[in-house]
Write a protein that binds this ligand. Structure first.
Ligand SMILES: Nc1ncnc2c1ncn2[C@@H]1O[C@H](COP(=O)(O)OP(=O)(O)OP(=O)(O)O)[C@@H](O)[C@H]1O
Ligand SMILES: [Mg+2]
Length: 251
C-alpha cells in the first residue's frame, strides 16, 4: 500500500525495514570486533548505538558501508542483501555517512564539499535542497566560499551533515556527531539532528553521549566489546538501572 503524503515516518503503524543486520560478525585479521550483532531500523526512525571506547561502534557503521565487510551474518538494506557488496554500490543504494572527525575535503570550499555530496544525483532539485539546508544551517551559508579546512569544529560538523544530506540518503549514518564540540555546539547539532529526523530522514547515530542521544532517539542499542548487551526504546533505556549505572552518569 502506498504511504500517505503526510506520513513522515513517525506514525505508529509497522513501517518498512530500512536496515536489518542479522548475526553479523566482523573481524580485523584474527580479532573479532563484532560478535553476532542484530540491529533493525525502520523507516523514519532515529536509532542510536551507544557504548564505550573500542566497543565496536564505528566498526558497525564500517560494516554497514562495506569498509569492514562482515565475515558472518547478513545485512539487508531496503530488502537488498548488501553484506558482500562494495562500498560504492552500498552508497549508490542510498546510505550516507557523516564520519568520525568529519573528514571534509579540507582544501575545497564549503560549496564544493556540498556539491560532492550530491555527485550521484542527476535530478533537478539539488539547488532547492541546498537552499533548504541553508535554513537548517545558516552558518554554512555564511561560510560557503571559505576553505573547509579552516572552519571551526562545530562548523565542520554542520558542513559534514549538510554534505551527507545533499545525497538525499535513505539511511543517514552518523559517527559521534558531538565529539570534540563545545557544549553550545553540541546542543545545536542535536537540535538539527532532531529536525532532520522530524523531516523524515532515517538516522542511525553512534554516540558516546548517551544522555543526549537517548533524549532525541526512538530506540537504542548498547555495545560492549563487540556484543549488543542492551537494546530497547529510548525511554526504556533511559530508565534501565544497568544503563543508568554504566552510561548515564547515575550517582
Ligand atoms: N583497521 C583496524 N584494524 C585492526 N583493529 C581495528 C581496526 N579498526 C578498529 N579496530 C579495533 O576494533 C575495536 C573496535 O573499534 P571501533 O573503532 O569500532 O570502536 P568504537 O566503539 O568506535 O570506539 P571509539 O568510541 O573510541 O570511537 C577496537 O579494539 C579497535 O582497536
Ligand atoms: Mg568510533
Amino acid at each position: 500500500m502506498a504511504e500517505s503524503m503526510s506520513d513522515n515516518g513517525k506514525n505508529k503503524v509497522e513501517r518498512e525495514i530500512v536496515l536489518r543486520m542479522t548475526d553479523v560478525c566482523t573481524y580485523y585479521g584474527a580479532i573479532r570486533a563484532l560478535n553476532k550483532i542484530n540491529i533493525e531500523i525502520r523507516k523514519g526512525e532515529m536509532v542510536c548505538l551507544l557504548g564505550g571506547n573500542a566497543s565496536g561502534k564505528s566498526t558497525t557503521l564500517k560494516t554497514i558501508l562495506g569498509y569492514a565487510p562482515p565475515r558472518e551474518g547478513t545485512i539487508e538494506f531496503l530488502g537488498t542483501r548488501t553484506e558482500k557488496m562494495q562500498t560504492k554500490e552500498i552508497v549508490g543504494l542510498g546510505v550516507s555517512l557523516v564520519p568520525e572527525n568529519r573528514r571534509l575535503f579540507g582544501r575545497m570550499s564549503v560549496l564544493e564539499n556540498l556539491k560532492m555530496g550530491a555527485f550521484l544525483r542527476n535530478d533537478d532539485e539539488i539547488e532547492a535542497d541546498m537552499e533548504h539546508l541553508f535554513t537548517l544551517f545558516p552558518r554554512v551559508k555564511e561560510r560557503l566560499h571559505q576553505t573547509a579546512g579552516t572552519l571551526s569544529g562545530g562548523e565542520q560538523q554542520m558542513v559534514a551533515m549538510s554534505r551527507a544530506l545533499m545525497a538525499r540518503p535513505k539511511l543517514l549514518l552518523m559517527d559521534e556527531p558531538s565529539m570534540g564540540l563545545a557544549p553550545i555546539f553540541v546542543q545545536t547539532v542535536f537540535d538539527i539532528i532532531q529536525t532532520i529526523s522530524n523531516e523524515g530522514t532515517t538516522i542511525f547515530m553512534v554516540e558516546q553521549n548517551a544522555n543526549m542521544a537517548l533524549s532525541i532517539a526512538d530506540k537504542g542499542y548498547v555495545l560492549q566489546t563487540g556484543e549488543i548487551v542492551l537494546s530497547g526504546s529510548a525511554e526504556a533505556l533511559r530508565t534501565n538501572p544497568q544503563m543508568k549505572k554504566a552510561y548515564l552518569g547515575d550517582v
